[in-house]
Design a protein around this ligand. Structure first.
Ligand SMILES: Cc1ncc(COP(=O)(O)O)c(C=O)c1O
Length: 328
C-alpha cells in the first residue's frame, strides 16, 4: 500500500493497455497519466527541481518560471506548492482552459502570450516572456525544460528502465516528440543497454523538429516551432509524422473503447499503427508511451464545435456524424 506525504512521491510506472483489439496490431500502451500531476511531465519536473536544489539554484523564496503548453506547468505548480516556491507559468492560447485552471488552483500565476513570434511561433514568444520575467525579478529561476539535461535524464533513469523491465524482448518503442526529453532519455537508455530495440519518434505534421515545414498545430504536447535542443537523430531509427485529423480519430476510437486519453496519445498510437502496418510487423513486441489522460481535453479534442471549426464536419468520418450520439 503506497502511503505518501508529498504528491510527487507517487507515480504508477507499470500500467499498460493492450491495444490489439483497437488498432489490429500487438501494441502495449504505457500509461503515464496516473500521478497527482496527471502526466509524464511529473518526471521531468521532479528531476529538474531536485537538480536545481542540489546546485543551490533554488532557495527558500525562489519563484520558478517556466514556458509550458500545460502539463509541465501543472507538474511544476504541484511541486512548487508542495515545496513552498512561487511559480509563474508562461503559456499560449493552445493551453487548455482546464489545464490553466488546474495550475491556478495549485497557486500558480499563469501568463498567456497572445501573439506568436514572427519566426519562432508561440514557443519563441513564450521564451521571450520568460526572459523578461527573469530580468525583472532576481527571485525568478528558469529551469528551461527545452535545454535542461535533467529533462531527458528523468526518462533515462525511470521511464526507459521501467519499460525494459516489463518487456525484456522489446522490438520497437514509439515515443512522441515535444521537447524530446522523453524520446532522447529512452533512446539513449536503449542504445546503451538494449541496442537492438528500434526507437521510432512520432511527431505532428507542422512541427519542424525533424526538418518538416512549420504549420498550424492545435493539439498541445507534441511538435515544436524550433528544432529541439536535445534531439540527436542518430539515436532515432525512424520518424512518423501524423496529421492532427488522424490524432483526433484515434483519440475517439480509443474513447469508444472506454479509454479517454490526451491528444498526444492519439498521435503516438496513430503513428505507431501506421508504422506497424507499413512494416507488416504483426509479431513484433511493440510499446508506445501515452503521456496523459483525456479529461484536460474535454473542451478541445472531445468537443464537437472545436473539432468542426478546426477540422471540418467529417473529421470523425462520414459514418459517425459529430452531432449524433452513438447508440448505446
Ligand atoms: C501531453 C504531452 N504529450 C507529450 C509531451 C512531449 O514530451 P517531451 O517534452 O518529453 O518530448 C508533452 C510535453 O509537454 C505533453 O504535455
Amino acid at each position: 500500500m503506497p502511503v505518501i506525504s508529498v504528491p510527487q512521491e507517487f507515480n504508477e510506472d507499470e500500467l499498460y493497455v493492450d491495444l490489439l483489439a483497437v488498432v489490429g496490431h500487438s501494441l502495449f500502451l504505457k500509461c503515464e497519466g496516473f500521478n497527482f500531476a496527471g502526466s509524464i511531465k511529473l518526471k521531468a519536473a521532479s528531476e529538474m527541481v531536485e537538480a536545481a536544489e542540489r546546485d543551490g539554484l533554488l532557495r527558500p523564496g525562489s519563484i520558478l518560471v517556466e514556458s509550458s503548453s500545460g502539463n509541465l506547468g501543472v507538474a511544476l505548480s504541484m511541486i512548487a506548492a508542495s515545496r513552498g516556491y512561487g511559480f509563474r507559468c508562461v503559456t499560449d492560447p493552445r493551453c487548455n482552459l482546464a489545464t490553466r485552471r488546474l495550475m491556478e488552483a495549485l497557486g500558480a500565476e499563469v501568463h498567456t502570450v497572445t501573439e506568436p513570434h514572427p519566426e519562432g511561433g508561440f514557443l519563441q514568444a513564450r521564451i521571450d516572456h520568460v526572459r523578461a520575467l527573469c530580468a525583472s525579478d532576481p527571485r525568478c529561476v528558469w529551469l528551461d525544460q527545452y535545454a535542461n539535461p535533467s529533462n531527458w535524464k528523468a526518462h533515462h533513469r525511470t521511464t526507459a528502465p521501467a519499460i525494459a523491465r516489463q518487456f525484456p524482448a522489446l522490438d520497437v518503442l514509439f515515443v512522441g516528440a515535444g521537447t524530446t526529453g522523453t524520446l532522447m532519455g529512452c533512446a539513449r537508455f536503449f542504445r546503451e543497454r538494449h541496442p537492438a530495440v528500434r526507437i521510432v519518434a512520432v511527431d505532428t505534421v507542422g512541427s519542424v523538429s525533424f526538418g518538416g515545414p512549420a504549420g498550424q498545430r492545435m493539439i498541445p504536447g507534441l511538435g515544436m516551432a524550433v528544432r529541439p535542443h536535445f534531439l540527436d537523430e542518430s539515436y532515432v531509427d525512424d520518424v512518423v509524422l501524423v496529421e492532427e485529423r488522424d490524432t483526433i480519430r484515434t483519440c475517439h476510437a480509443l474513447a469508444r473503447r472506454g479509454f479517454l486519453f490526451g491528444g498526444s496519445t492519439g498521435t503516438v498510437v496513430s503513428g505507431a499503427t501506421t508504422w506497424l502496418e507499413r512494416h507488416g510487423a504483426r509479431d513484433l513486441t511493440a510499446v508506445a508511451i501515452a503521456p496523459d489522460l483525456g479529461e484536460r481535453y474535454l473542451d478541445t479534442v472531445y468537443q464537437t464545435n472545436w473539432l468542426r471549426d478546426l477540422y471540418g464536419e467529417d473529421v470523425l468520418g462520414s459514418d459517425e456524424p459529430l452531432d449524433v450520439p452513438r447508440a448505446a
